[in-house]
Design a protein around this ligand. Sequence first.
Ligand SMILES: Cc1cc2nc3c(=O)[nH]c(=O)nc-3n(C[C@H](O)[C@H](O)[C@H](O)COP(=O)(O)OP(=O)(O)OC[C@H]3O[C@@H](n4cnc5c(N)ncnc54)[C@H](O)[C@@H]3O)c2cc1C
Length: 380
Amino acid sequence: MDFAWNDEQAAFRKEVLRFAREELKDDVITRDRNEEFSRPLWEKCAKFGIQGLPIPTEYGGGGADTLTTVCALEALGYGCQDNGLLFSINAHMWSSEIPIWTFGTEAQRRKYLPGLVSGGVGLHAMTEPGSGSDAYSLKTRAERKGNCYVLNGSKTFSSNAPDADVTIVFANLDPSRGPNGVTAFLVDKGTPGFSVGRKLHKMGLRTSPMAEIALQDCEIPVENLLGKEFGGQAVFTSSMEWERICILASHLGAMQRIMETCVKYAKERKQFGEPIGKFPAIANKIADMDVRLETGRLALYKAAWLKSQGRHPLREASIAKLYVSEACVKSCLEAIQLHGGYGYMTEYELERELRDAIAGTIYSGTSEVHRMIIANFQGL
Ligand SMILES: Cc1cc2nc3c(=O)[nH]c(=O)nc-3n(C[C@H](O)[C@H](O)[C@H](O)COP(=O)(O)OP(=O)(O)OC[C@H]3O[C@@H](n4cnc5c(N)ncnc54)[C@H](O)[C@@H]3O)c2cc1C
C-alpha cells in the first residue's frame, strides 16, 4: 500500500490550490444571497483544465487518472469557497462528460467533448416530480418516429439546466419493459420542444443554478441516442459510480479548510482568561473533525484507486459518498458551535458551508439509499 501522492500529483495539487486561492476568490456571500452562478469563474476553471481532467487529451481533456482527478478536486475544495460552483462542475463532469466519453459514438465524442471541457455546460436530467430515489420509474416517454425520437415529459432538480448547452435526458422508450425501457438521449440547447422552466431556489449550493425542464413533442435525430436503445440503466449506473466516488473530493478540501479555520479561532478566541482551544470540549471537536477528514480520505481514495484499477467499486463508492457527506455536515455543525454566536452569522461563512454540505446527503443518492446499497452487499 502506498498512501502518498507521487511527485507529479503533489506538484499538480499545489498548482490547483494556488489557482483556486488566487483566481477563484470573490464575494461568495453576496452571490450566495443573490443565487448567482459565476460563468466567469466557470470559464477560468475550464481554461485551467478542471472540467477536462479525466477526459482523454484527444478530446481536449487532461487525460488524468482517477486518483489525480480526485487529488485536484480536493485541492480545489480546499482553496475555493464557492461550493456551488464546484458542485456544478462536478455535476457537469460526472453526469454529462463521462457518459458521453464512455457511451458516446466517436462522432458524439468529437461533437460534444471539446466544447464541454473548454467552457460549455452539461447536465443530466433524470429526476422527475414523481421519481427520485426510484429513478427508473420515470414517466418521461420516448417514441421512435422515422429518423427521430420524440420526447415528452418533465424533469426537476436539474442542476446547471439554466446555462446548459447539452442535456442528457433519460426517458422510457418502451414502458412495457419497465426500468429496462429507460434510454438516454442527448438534447441540444434550443431544440424545439425542450424548454428550461422555473428556476428552483435552494437552501444551499445557491451559486449552482437549478431548474425544471419540460419536453413537449421534442424531436431529436436518431444519432442523438446515447448508448443503446434500452441502455439507460447502464449509462446512469456508470455515471453514478464516477459521481459517487469523485463528487465529494471537494468536500474533503472544504473539511480541511473549515478545520483550519476552527483551529485558528480556538487559539485566538479567549474566554475565562484562556484560548477556548484549551478547553477539552473544544479541542475534542477539532480532534473529531480531523478523524472524520482522515477517515473520509481513506474511504474516498480507496474507491478512486479501485476505479483506476478498472474495477467497478459500487460498494466502496456508496461507502465514500455516505461517509464523507455525513462527516462534512457534522464538521460544519461543530464548526458553528465552536465559533459560538459568530458561527451563526453569515459573515463568518460557516452557516453557508453547512447549508451547502447538507445537499451532499441527498444528491447522487440519499444517505438512506446508500445504506440500502451497502446492506444489499451484505446480503440484506
Ligand atoms: C442539490 C441537488 C442537486 C440535484 N441535481 C440533480 C440533477 O442535476 N439531475 C437530476 O436528475 N437530479 C438531481 N437531483 C435530484 C436528486 O437526485 C434527488 O433529490 C434524490 O435522488 C432523491 O430523490 P427525491 O428528492 O425525489 O426524494 P425521494 O426519493 O422521494 O425520497 C424521500 C425520502 O425517502 C427516502 N427513501 C426513498 N426510498 C427509500 C428506500 N427504498 N428506503 C429508505 N428510504 C427511502 C429518501 O432517502 C428520502 O429521505 C438533485 C438534488 C439536489 C438536492
